[in-house]
Design a protein around this ligand. Structure first.
Ligand SMILES: [Zn+2]
Length: 499
């Protein structure tokens, strides 16, 4: 029997290209069937669930194009450091976690996202020392329980930070070098076989929870491993994601290692494809942007973590002008402190005004909303069914309270939403027509119990990781100097990129 749902009396913003208008929605089996004038579906009320959206702005659920499940339990653990400082410390932040911790961290991530109007995420998920089928299932099961959509993509590398940057290792005091030089990254064949096994026997509904694959950072992956990931992506249709040129160090040392840009190198390896999305892409040239656009890759803008880690500002307008699709991510709660995609959208819009004073090249509210919805959905392989309120799209919907001050008086719902909303107006959230948040509270889990579990886990993990944290503190001055020393680079990359 068809499950029929009506959402009536709302002010509906169908997508980034249209104005909000009073409309009713007819939803069947979790899928939007029709948008109609108010009252149009009165005859369909019998036997239907009816949600009254009076005084509510109805928008499509936001889609987070880049985050990390493991960031949930790492919240508050990252000091004021640049990206490489964070990577050097990350074993002491993400280490010692069992399957329950992986699930708990994913639950925290999903809970925060849903409460802030985000109904789907691309999760680059981490398990130390290498991914496991059980770990991937634990994360996916956590998402299923909370009721969010996700791509679960194991984050993998076959080089350590110190193998990626031998120059960093060489700058460290001699006493610190041997143990770090002895560190081994994951075995590449073992990583690939875990993903193959997971893809062969994925027990989740692929319309809600997909497997992906995530070679974490090109410099941290051998060419063969990167190509092995791309081959699995092609064989099983897995969305693939990597962190591309997030920091200036990655771009400079990538060029040093490969004799050409990271994008040119990846292109040469044959790994650029419509299934690939590249998170950050801060330090890339116009030629790089054009190459990514030609290959139909999606870039994911992450303004929150780019600012937090001092990575820089991605050239989003230049990307859009060159035909590169740009989605939006929050990045992990450890390096962004919040998963709030409303805030990321506002930053995407405002930051473009720091880059230049030409008003015509600023990121508009429509640009920002498209990034946070349709374009992120495309990176997940769901561009045809997520990110708009339209017939055939999933009923992933957010109802925002128009009595909140940012909407009073109401003149331009799109502008007031993107520039003003911080999630405080969040009332109800539906995923596939299922109500998962009501009056701002999650219906699927016990939030008070989750908080207690998170605090207990954080205290246990911090005790277990104390030794690693002391090592990270000892390394910090040298890693920090390595990050700051880029200005003396002979490569003059910043100038070449027009910064
Ligand atoms: Zn990331």
């Amino acid at each position: 029997m068809t499950d029929r749902l009506l959402i009536v009396n709302g002010l509906v913003l169908p997508d980034a290209a249209q104005d909000a208008r009073p409309a009713d929605l007819l939803i069947e089996d979790g899928c939007i069937r029709e948008i109609g004038a108010p009252g149009q579906f009165a005859a369909a009320r019998e036997g239907a669930r009816v949600v009254d959206a009076t005084d509510r702005l109805v928008i499509t659920g936001l889609v987070n194009g880049h985050t990390h499940a493991h960031g949930g339990l790492g919240r508050g653990a990252v000091p004021d450091v640049a990206l490489e400082g964070f990577l050097a410390a990350s074993p002491s932040i993400n280490g010692q976690r069992g399957l329950d911790d992986l699930a708990l961290s994913a639950t925290l991530t999903a809970a925060e996202l849903l409460k802030r109007g985000c109904t789907a995420l691309f999760d680059m998920t981490s398990e130390f020392p290498l991914p496991s089928v059980a770990g991937l299932h634990a994360v996916a099961q956590a998402y299923a329980a909370v009721g969010i959509r996700a791509v679960v993509a194991p984050m993998m590398a076959d080089r350590t930070l110190y193998q990626a940057y031998p120059e960093l290792l060489a700058t460290l005091p001699e006493a610190l070098q041997p143990p770090l030089a002895r560190l081994q990254a994951s075995d590449p064949d073992a990583c690939l076989s875990v993903v193959r096994q997971a893809a062969h026997d994925w027990p989740f509904d692929n319309d809600k929870l997909r497997l992906g694959i995530a070679p974490t950072i090109p410099l941290h992956c051998s060419d063969a491993f990167m190509q092995g990931c791309a081959a699995l992506s092609a064989e099983f249709g897995l969305p693939m994601q990597t962190h591309l040129a997030e920091s200036q160090q990655q771009a400079v040392f990538g060029e040093k290692r490969y004799g050409r840009s990271l994008v040119a190198h990846l292109s040469g390896l044959g790994v650029l494809s419509p299934r690939l999305s590249v998170a950050h892409a801060v330090w890339i040239s116009d030629d790089d942007i054009s190459a990514l656009a030609t290959a139909d890759v999606t870039a994911i803008h992450n303004p929150l973590s780019n600012l937090r880690l001092g990575s820089g500002v991605a050239p989003v307008r230049r990307m859009i002008e060159r035909g590169l699709r740009v989605g939006l991510g929050s990045d992990g709660a450890n390096t962004s402190d919040t998963q709030n995609l409303f805030e990321a959208a506002r930053l995407a819009s405002y930051l473009s005004r720091v880059v230049g004073s030409d008003e015509d090249r600023w990121i508009t509210p429509g640009d920002a909303l498209r990034m946070a919805t349709e374009h992120s959905a495309h990176a997940m392989g769901w561009g045809h069914r997520l990110g708009r309120i339209a017939p055939g799209f999933q009923a992933d919907l957010v109802l925002l309270d128009l009595a909140q001050p940012i909407y009073v008086p109401l003149r331009n719902a799109l502008r007031q939403l993107v520039h003003g909303e911080n999630g405080a107006a969040g009332d109800r959230v539906l995923v596939g027509g299922r109500l998962v948040v009501e009056q701002g509270r999650l219906l699927t889990i016990d939030e008070a119990a989750l908080r207690r579990q998170a605090q207990a886990a954080a205290e246990r993990l911090d005790a277990l990781n104390a030794e690693g944290r002391h090592l990270a503190q000892a390394l910090r001055p040298w890693v920090s100097a390595f990050c700051c020393g880029i200005g003396q680079s002979p490569f003059h990359l910043a100038r070449r990129l027009g910064r």
